[in-house]
Each structure stands twice: as structure tokens, then as C-alpha cells.
Design a protein around this ligand. Structure first.
Ligand code: ARG
Length: 763
């Protein structure tokens, strides 16, 4: 019997719709009227397909054959649905009488993803229905050989083929990738230790650049290679990592490895000898492959953004967006509301503001003007070709996790002018989810784990760039990973200049972008160097003022409420930030500067940006209280809350015995490195010093454990703080005259403090 020779021999030029009768062995495996998998006809009564199409995914138990039908000779799924009787004589639908799963199938990742379907009655071979040849065990499909995969599966990752297209069988040229090279590609840039281990019963095909691949719904279908005019079934579509991703080719069942298994079960299948000459591999299949690098997000230098797109519409200011594909620009949807007559619009792209007319505008499906899905895609009339100066930005996939302290830049987004002359270098740094949610999130929130999608992203930036607050404009957040820039988020319109800045994560919109602009550059996460530490965590409750007493980066400025009080002579003592406009210290600290407000400067926030990130504020007034050495200093202007300047919470009630407490001071007053020493709070019976009647009411006395350091210096303004919750701190007292043991309480001055500082964060 003849196999592997279609009667019609059309030539295919580009395009991906298969010509009628080009792949007469391709069958549609249907379940309850839906095409669920593909298969290949190998004789009048047998189809070979993938095992995973016929089992429950939970326990690999076989689904009964009555639940399946096989349709042969199908070209358009739509005409199969509209004309099940096959009055045109093209297709035939038959029941499945038996399914033979491979005995050793236990999940696609373990190979043996093969099954045989016995048809309830034989099909008639016609122009549209013919069997494929099966390879013998020694048949070789060399690295680099060109083969074809066919199927009705998704046209992009998670994007099914549209009904409008008629659901025509799709064909795709795929190159065989040898086992060494394939393994090497799969080993590149994996998340954690999740790697695919390729087995001899598997075969890879596709391209390391990605872009074309089989996808969901193609499983079970054929990968066929032509040799001397005869087509052989080299593979059965089995699995992949996503679809068409870089360095992630498709994995197929290696049919040659199953010669005996098929022969033992099927009568009438044909296994011709491999035609001579046996094709030689074009290139060596090697263990040290060159992986494909991202094509998106590469900037000649930061600030020279090759994806910067400015959309010019008549009678309004330009709108800023980004190039996401050769033919597509992403911009806020709100830019285009109420505007008509697209024909007069155009986009300006680098270099030298090349102008391209716009063909269509697609608003995000969920667009409601609430800025959550404020996105639009603009289709360019002519595609641009990518160069050094013109190329797309990378877009994150759904579960992208931008690591805390990733280096980011702010770009102009939408309408409105930034106040700075050259905004292109606004630097920012991604904060942890913990910091973002606890400082800027709403009231009670669970901080998402790195493996979950966040609903907000935060970035910190230097205070000097505060003038870049861009009240009138919005921002895009670009973040770099291994040399490629991703559009990580877009800001909502700002009502304030609070830091860290909050952004809507773009990953939530990337599915819509990919399904509208198929060729846009979604990239896998490129930096996986993190450990998942907490699974989930609640933020400490916020006061009406907002967050207080929490820390963001434990390694740089762990105590964001530590302030320095400086005089002209630059002797400093310590103070504690208790609100954005106030610090608390003791009389001693101001007395040594002559107690004159105009001589005092408060410095805040040694950040991970270093002292340049420090902010400085003149003191506008000094406030004293009776019966306590506590002093409040009012700052001339408030500081923005940030990872390096955040108030501590203030204690107003009893302290339970088991909470850990620390004295916060400086290791030495020259370099002013903050340090903490754990202490225990003593009762009046335990602490003889407390008998001194001149001490303020409620003075705390502390004892140091074994850890007390000799060099340890308690300076004036040093503070005693206790833990409020697992990650939250409150201020208990301020050192009296630089004493190491005695601290003036804040709780007895509750009234005075909250009268003076209206937003004092008492808890
Ligand atoms: N397992 C998929 C299916 O059931 C086939 C996936 C093929 N994926 C790929 N990227 N090659 O349809």
C-alpha cells in the first residue's frame, strides 16, 4: 500500500493556510463536537495520536473511546461544523472503537506520549484521505532538516484561531533540532530548577528564535518530513513551554522510537525503508548551542529609547507611547477619546522623527476610563523595520516578577508635559511588593508572593527628581533585565507626589496586547536570581496617616525614621521622624546648637543610592514640653515618604513583656552608621536608677544582654523602640541626656505630641 504521497502537489508560498488535500493523513480528533487534538492516519483503520489527548490530566486514566470521533479529510473546521453529513464528499466522520495508550505514558515530560486509535470502520482513501509513512527505528531525521507540522491549534499562546478565518488547517515549516542542541536551549534562562529533560522518545523541532511553533490544540498532530517525494511521520505534537518562545522549541514524540510498539498493534501501517541517500545534518548538533537573544528592549544607551513613539493627532497635544511590534504602537486609550478621522493621525518614531500614518485604533476590551485598562493599540499603515535606532520594547508575560531593586527609568506616557527639560534619564528602582503594598496599598492587604501577579508596582526615585513629579503627565516604567528593557508598568494620573510611585503592572494587559498585536515582543523573565522567602503576609495596620514603622531594604537604610540634626559646625545628634513634617529628639540635642531653630538642619535618609539620596530640611521651629526632655522640631517643608524616609509609629499604651525592644543609636557619631542593640525593659524594682525623683514620669530603664558592645555609644536623641508586629516598629522613648539606660517615654506626652503634630502616628 502507498503512503506519504498526497495526490495534489501544491506549492506553498508564505501564508499558513494549508492547501486542500496537501496533508491528507491529518485527522481531527473530536470530543463532543470539538476538535481537541490532531492525529495521523496510518492505515484504513488506525490513527496515531498523542497519549495525553485521551487521559484525565489528574491521574492519567483513560477516557472511554465512545467520547471521541475522528474526522478525516477535513480542511476547514467550520465546514465540518456546518456540514457534518459531508455532502461534498470531502470528509468522513468515524467512531473510535478502541484507544491503545502507551503502557509507560505518565505525563508528557516523561515521554511515550503516543496512542493508537482503532476506528470503528475503515475509512475510504480519497484525494483528501491518505495514510502517512511510518519511519523505521533506524530512520534518521537529522538536525536542521526541514519538516512540516499541521493543526487547528492556537495561533498564539492562549489565542485560539478565529472563527472568522474559517478555521482552516494551518501548516508550519519546522526545522529538526538535534537532541543536544535542544537540551541546551531548554537549559537556558530557566526559572529556578524547572528544566525540561529531553528523552530519546522525544524529538524537537522549531526555531530557537521562537516566533513559529505548534501550540495548544495541535497535540497529537503530525510533524512530517519529505524524503524523495515521500512523506514520513517524524513526530507527534506533544508539548512545549508556552508557544513560540525564544529558545523553547516544540517537543514531539519521536515516532521512529516506537516502530516495534506500533507494528505489534497495527496491521496495515507502512514502514518503508529510509530512502537513499540519507540526508546529512547541515550543522553539527552540539552541547554548546548559541541561544537566541531577545530582539526587543535593546537601547544603544539609556535614554535613547528606540521604541519611543509620539502620536500626533490634530487639535491636541501629542500623546506618548511605545513601539511594541513592527506594526503596532501602545499608548493610553484615554489619549484618543472623542477623536475622529484617524486618516490625519500619524506616529513619530526614532530616529529623526520618521512619520508613519495610522491605520486603526483598538481600545483595550476592558477599557472603562478608570485608568486600570487605559490602553490602546495603534496599527501603523506601514510596518517599520527594526534597526539600532528603531525597535520594540519588551513586554512582560503574565507572571513576570520584577526583582526588588531592579534598575528602572521613567518615560513619558500619554499627554501632558514633564517639567524637566530632559526627562529621559529619570532613574528609579523597583521596590519589593512588601514595601509597595504596605506603604502605598489600600487599608488591609495581603502582599502577593513573587509567583503571583501584583495589582500594583512601586518604584522609588531620587528626591532631587521630585520636581519631576510630573503632575500634568503620566509615566511609563521601564525596567532592565539582562540588557533588555521591559515596559513594566504605567502610572495612573497622579494626585500627589507620594513615593514610592505606584504603577499598574503591564503584565495584566499583555494577553490582550498579544492577541491583538500578534507579533509583539512578549519576553520571559530574564532574571531569576531570587528566592521565594515568604508565601503571604499581611501588612501592619496603617494609621490614618498611612504606613509607619516599616522597613523596606534591610541591607541599606534599615531604619528610615532615623534623622540627623546638624548645626553649622556640623556636629550631629540623632532624631526620629514621627511625621512627614516633624522629628522628635531631646533638649540636649538642640541645646548644644544653642537652641536656635534657624541654625538647625535635619537630614534624612541615607539610602541605597548613598548620601546623594539624602534629603535635607531647615528647621522652622522648636517645641518643648513641661516635665519631659522631649523636643519636637518642625521642618520647613515636609519630606515625601520613601523607603529612606518614613515615620516610626508612636507607642501610646502598655508594652507587653515579651515584645523585643532595641536601642537605636550610632556606631560612632562621625560616620553615623545606625546600629541597634537588643535590650530588656526593667521594672522599677529591678532598676535602682529609677529612684531619681527628677526623672520624667514613666521613664523607662533598660538592661543590656550579653551583646553589649564596648564601642557602643548612646548619643543624645538615641531612641528606644519595640516591635509592634513582625515587621513593624514603634517608638517608646528618647534617651535622657545621652544615657544608655534611661529613656523619656513618648506615651505620657501623647497629648502634647498629637496637639503639636496633627498627623502623629500613635498606635
Ligand atoms: N500540549 C499541547 C496540546 O495539547 C501541544 C503543545 C505544543 N506546544 C508547543 N509549544 N509546541 O495541544
Amino acid at each position: 500500500m502507498e503512503c506519504g504521497r498526497p495526490l495534489r502537489q501544491d506549492r506553498i508560498v508564505g501564508g499558513s493556510d494549508a492547501p486542500v488535500a496537501k496533508w491528507p493523513w491529518h485527522v481531527s480528533v473530536n470530543s463532543f463536537g470539538h476538535q481537541i487534538c490532531g492525529g495521523s492516519l496510518i492505515s484504513e483503520s488506525w490513527v496515531v495520536s498523542a497519549a495525553h489527548c485521551f487521559v484525565l490530566p489528574e491521574n492519567f486514566s483513560l477516557i472511554p473511546p465512545e467520547e471521541y470521533t475522528v474526522a478525516v479529510g477535513v480542511h476547514s473546521q467550520l465546514s465540518l461544523m456546518l456540514n457534518p453529513e459531508a455532502s461534498d464528499g470531502m470528509h468522513q466522520i468515524v467512531n473510535v472503537s478502541d484507544i491503545l495508550l502507551h503502557e509507560n505514558y505518565s505525563g508528557v515530560e516523561h515521554g511515550n506520549d503516543i496512542a493508537l486509535l482503532h476506528l470503528a470502520e475503515p475509512v475510504n482513501f480519497t484525494e483528501y484521505v491518505r495514510p502517512i509513512c511510518l519511519p523505521r527505528a533506524n530512520h534518521s531525521f537529522p538536525h536542521g532538516a526541514s519538516c512540516w507540522a499541521t493543526g487547528w491549534g492556537d495561533v498564539q499562546e492562549s489565542v485560539p484561531q478565529s472563527f472568522l478565518s474559517g478555521l482552516i488547517l494551518q501548516q508550519l515549516e519546522q526545522k529538526i533540532i538535534g537532541p543536544k542542541e535542544c537540551q541546551c536551549l531548554f537549559n537556558s534562562n530557566g526559572p529556578f530548577n524547572v528544566t525540561v529533560k529531553l528523552l530519546p522518545t522525544m524529538l524537537c523541532a522549531g526555531y530557537k528564535e521562537g516566533k513559529s511553533d505548534t501550540c495548544q490544540g495541535d497535540s497529537g498532530g503530525p510533524l512530517v518530513c519529505e524524503e524523495q517525494g515521500q512523506w514520513f511521520l517524524a513526530g507527534i505534537t506533544s508539548f512545549g513551554h508556552g508557544c513560540a518562545r525564544r529558545n523553547r522549541p516544540g517537543v514531539f514524540a519521536n515516532v521512529a522510537a516506537f516502530e516495534d510498539w506500533i507494528r505489534d498493534r497495527v496491521e496495515g501501517a507502512v514502514f518503508p525503508e529510509q530512502p537513499q541517500p540519507i540526508p546529512a545534518p547541515l550543522v553539527e548538533d552540539s552541547d554548546n548551542c548559541t541561544i537566541a537573544l531577545p530582539e526587543c528592549g535593546i537601547a544603544p544607551r539609556p535614554g535613547d529609547w528606540p521604541w519611543k513613539a509620539v502620536i500626533i493627532t490634530p487639535a491636541s497635544t501629542p500623546c506618548h507611547g511605545v513601539l511594541v511590534a513592527e506594526k503596532w504602537v501602545l499608548a493610553p486609550g484615554s489619549c484618543f477619546l472623542g477623536l475622529k478621522d484617524i486618516s490625519s493621525w500619524h506616529v513619530m518614531l526614532p530616529p529623526k522623527a520618521q512619520r508613519i500614518p495610522i491605520l486603526s485604533v483598538q481600545l483595550n476590551v476592558n477599557f472603562t476610563q478608570d485608568y486600570e485598562y487605559d490602553l490602546a493599540l495603534l496599527e501603523l499603515a506601514v510596518p517599520v523595520s527594526f534597526t539600532e535606532d528603531t525597535r520594540a520594547v519588551c513586554l512582560p508575560r503574565l507572571h513576570h516578577y520584577f526583582l526588588p531593586s531592579s534598575q528602572c527609568r521613567l518615560i513619558q506616557w500619554g499627554r501632558g508635559e514633564p517639567p524637566l527639560a530632559s526627562p529621559s534619564l529619570l532613574e528609579a528602582e523597583m521596590t519589593s511588593n512588601w514595601w509597595c503594598y504596605c506603604v502605598r496599598g489600600s487599608k488591609v492587604e495581603v502582599v502577593p508572593d513573587p509567583l503571583e501577579n501584583p495589582s500594583i508596582l512601586c518604584a522609588e526615585y531620587h528626591e532631587e527628581e521630585k520636581n519631576g513629579c510630573w503632575m500634568g503627565s503620566r509615566w511609563g516604567l521601564l525596567c532592565e533585565e539582562s540588557g533588555s528593557w521591559f515596559l513594566a508598568g504605567i502610572s495612573k494620573p497622579p494626585e500627589d507626589c507620594l513615593r514610592p510611585r505606584v504603577f499598574s503592572p503591564l503584565q495584566l494587559g499583555s494577553y490582550w496586547i498579544k492577541s491583538t498585536a500578534h507579533t509583539s515582543y512578549l519576553e520571559d523573565q530574564l532574571n531569576w536570581h531570587f528566592k521565594v522567602v515568604r508565601t503571604f503576609v499581611f501588612c501592619p495596620s496603617k494609621t490614618t496617616l498611612g504606613a509607619c514603622g516599616i522597613q523596606s531594604y534591610k541591607d541599606s537604610n534599615p531604619w528610615p525614621w532615623v534623622a540627623e540634626v546638624h548645626s553649622a559646625r556640623d556636629e550631629a545628634c540623632m532624631a526620629t521622624l514621627v511625621s512627614p513634617g516633624w522629628v522628635l529628639t531631646d533638649t540636649h540635642c538642640v541645646a548644644r546648637h544653642g537652641s536656635i531653630a534657624s541654625r538647625l538642619q535635619v537630614k534624612l535618609g541615607r539610602t541605597r543610592f548613598g548620601t546623594p539620596g539624602q534629603v535635607s530640611r531647615p528647621v522652622s521651629s522648636i517645641h518643648y514640653t513641661m516635665g519631659s526632655p522631649l523636643v519636637l522640631l518642625e521642618l520647613e517643608t515636609r519630606v515625601d515618604m520613601s523607603a529612606s524616609a518614613l515615620p516610626i509609629c508612636l507607642n501610646s499604651g502598655p508594652i507587653s513583656e515579651d515584645v523585643p525592644c532595641w536601642v537605636l543609636s550610632w556606631k560612632d557619631s562621625v560616620n553615623r552608621v545606625p546600629m541597634v542593640v537588643q535590650v530588656s525593659i526593667l521594672t522599677p524594682e529591678e532598676c535602682p536608677y529609677l529612684n531619681d525623683p527628677t526623672l520624667p514620669l514613666g521613664t523607662f530603664c533598660v538592661a543590656y544582654g550579653g551583646k553589649r558592645l564596648d564601642k557602643y555609644e548612646v548619643d543624645s536623641g538615641s531612641s528606644l523602640m519595640c516591635q509592634r508586629g513582625p515587621d513593624s516598629w514603634m517608638l517608646i522613648g528618647i534617651s535622657i541626656r545621652g544615657s544608655q539606660e534611661l529613656f523619656a517615654p513618648v506615651k505620657t506626652q501623647h497629648f502634647w505630641i498629637s496637639q503639636t503634630v496633627c498627623d502623629a502616628p500613635f498606635v
